[in-house]
Design a protein around this ligand. Structure first.
Ligand code: MTE
Ligand code: MO
Length: 507
């Protein structure tokens, strides 16, 4: 092993080691976000809409894992480069890089909503310790090439040690990223909640309301398969015993509620299909669940909304916010402070213990997870998280439809083939779905029975296919007569439009 790679490995090993140590100190102390988490979240908060969408397109819901790996790779690359750039093999440059990285991570930690000094000082301390270690290693005679020529054995052993340290450090850092981003099993399951029976249960799904076709999205999306989109690099863990909801702003009296208060209320249950504004036409950032919760209206009425208010800004424990028009929270739809999803408490990834769900609006303007407060305010006075990042302040869901079967350039046999999918126009409802082949005339599809206008509706079309290459397309019509537009628009700033199509080969 050359002295050159030894120096590079020393840079890598010390950077990874300091990082892993800082992670461990902050994590074990429970004082706030670790440095990788803080940098990741600060980065996410500064991500422009096009980059956010690109990340979701490239990595889907694994975007957080990709970001974590990316941060570690960049840090490792800088550390190695700093080591390699050393002429004198003194490692002073590498030490400077470690200090700079530590200062960046410390600044990120300080600015996180759940961060602060207690989580910041270990990052700085570990960075400084790492830098000192590098200077010490660099001034040891082992890294002096002339000395090395005459002491080959010692050099080999020392470098072996350094590389072992480097590999160990990278393994620890990688392992903590996997654990932190929730890609390994969480250490503790959330406490089960004593869920009351709803005073008004969700509609029963009739036999014809849920089609069972291989490849077709089921009417109810199982919790484990429900898409997850949020800015939280690490899933917030909220203690149900100390959780409170604060309702304030343009109200006659502030309302504060504990989880026990909330669970003691008259809760209702409703089917609502949630979907993300970043969902591409034909995408899978959409799911349907049975939610149990308290109508938001109930707490707003209790607080007494003042004249002039037109928006409720819901905030989460981790600094996210959503601007929801007051009107949709006060009308008779099932806008809920939800505590359960498909019969169990919310999974941590979906907002445990309490989140908002509003039929008819994209998640970014309504569906705040890990809810902490509702501020009654005005669109003219306040802006929400994504509004500050180039997305529209209002986000009603656009009518859309998707082909689930057949998917991918599968080879079909000539003759009758099942074409099936889902269509949605939350709080309006789907009146019709049509399919066309190779740009020909629109043909009506059969709809599953309507369970609720707030959810998606499955559809099926029996297609008599002729041999050859074909393109299938779908469009939906709402109960209000609106026909899904062919006009193509991207997801920014308020949701994608256009028709979903799939290409198939028929033998
Ligand atoms: N606290 C918090 N709540 C949030 C978000 C977030 O980033 N943080 N993202 C919103 C967005 S953009 C969507 S689409 C939905 C997704 O909810 P899900 O992950 O349960 O599917 O949550 C919303 N609630
Ligand atoms: Mo979203």
């Amino acid at each position: 092993m050359s002295s050159r790679s030894g120096v590079a490995l020393a840079g890598l090993g010390v950077t990874a080691g300091s990082l892993a140590l800082a992670e461990a100190v902050v994590r074990l102390g429970g004082t706030g976000p670790g440095p990788v988490e803080a940098v990741a979240e600060a980065f996410i908060d500064r991500t422009p809409p096009w980059l956010k969408d690109l990340a979701i397109d490239l990595f889907g819901t694994a975007d957080k894992l990709a970001l974590g790996v990316g941060i570690v790779v960049v840090m490792a690359g800088l550390a190695i480069a700093a080591g390699l750039a050393e002429r004198a093999r003194r490692l002073r440059g590498a030490a400077v890089v470690v200090v700079v990285l530590a200062v960046i991570a410390a600044a990120a930690t300080l600015t996180r909503p759940d961060g602060g000094l207690a989580a910041t000082w270990p990052v700085l301390a570990c960075g400084l310790a790492g830098a000192c270690a590098l200077v010490a290693v660099g001034s040891a005679p082992a890294l002096d090439p002339a000395w090395a020529m005459t002491h080959r054995k010692v050099l080999g052993r020392r470098q072996l040690l350094i590389s072992a340290g480097a590999v160990g450090g990278v393994a620890v850092a990688g392992g903590s990223i996997m654990r932190l981003t929730g890609n390994a099993a969480p250490a503790t399951a959330p406490a089960p909640l004593d869920l009351p029976a709803p005073v008004s249960p969700a509609a029963q799904v009739p036999e014809g309301g849920a089609l069972d076709i291989a490849g077709l999205a089921p009417y109810e999306t199982p919790n484990e398969e429900f898409y997850r989109i949020d800015t939280a690099f690490v899933v917030p863990r909220v203690d149900p015993a100390t959780w409170t909801l604060r309702v304030h702003g343009l109200v006659d009296r502030e309302v504060e509620m504990s989880l026990d208060d909330l669970l003691g209320e008259e809760l209702v249950e409703a089917w609502v299909t949630l979907c993300c504004v970043s969902n591409q036409v034909g995408g899978d950032l959409i799911g349907n669940a049975r939610w149990l919760g308290l109508p938001v209206r109930t707490v707003l009425e209790r607080a007494g909304v003042r004249d002039g208010a037109d928006m409720v800004l819901s905030r989460s424990v981790d600094g996210f916010s959503a601007s929801t028009p007051l009107g949709v929270l006060m009308d008779d739809r099932n806008a809920l402070l939800a505590v359960a999803m498909n019969g169990t408490e919310l999974p941590p990834e979906h907002g445990y213990p309490v989140r908002v769900v509003v039929p008819g609006l994209y998640g970014y303007v309504s569906a705040t997870k890990w809810l902490a407060e509702l501020e009654v305010t005005r669109f003219a006075d306040q802006t929400a998280y994504w509004t500050d990042r180039g997305w529209s302040a209002r986000g009603p869901v656009k009518i859309s439809s998707r082909i689930d079967v057949p998917r991918g350039r599968r080879s079909l046999q000539a003759g009758e083939n099942v074409v099936a999918g889902v269509a949605w126009a939350q709080h309006t409802g789907i009146a019709a779905v049509e399919v066309r082949v190779d740009g020909g005339p629109w043909q009506p599809a059969d709809l599953a029975e309507e369970v609720s206008v707030d959810t998606w509706r499955q559809w099926v079309y029996r297609w008599d296919a002729a041999a050859g290459d074909h393109r299938l397309e779908v469009r939906a019509t709402g109960h209000d007569g609106e026909v899904q537009t062919e006009e193509v628009q991207g997801t920014v700033p308020d949701g994608a439009t256009g028709l979903h199509g799939v290409d198939v080969a028929v033998a």
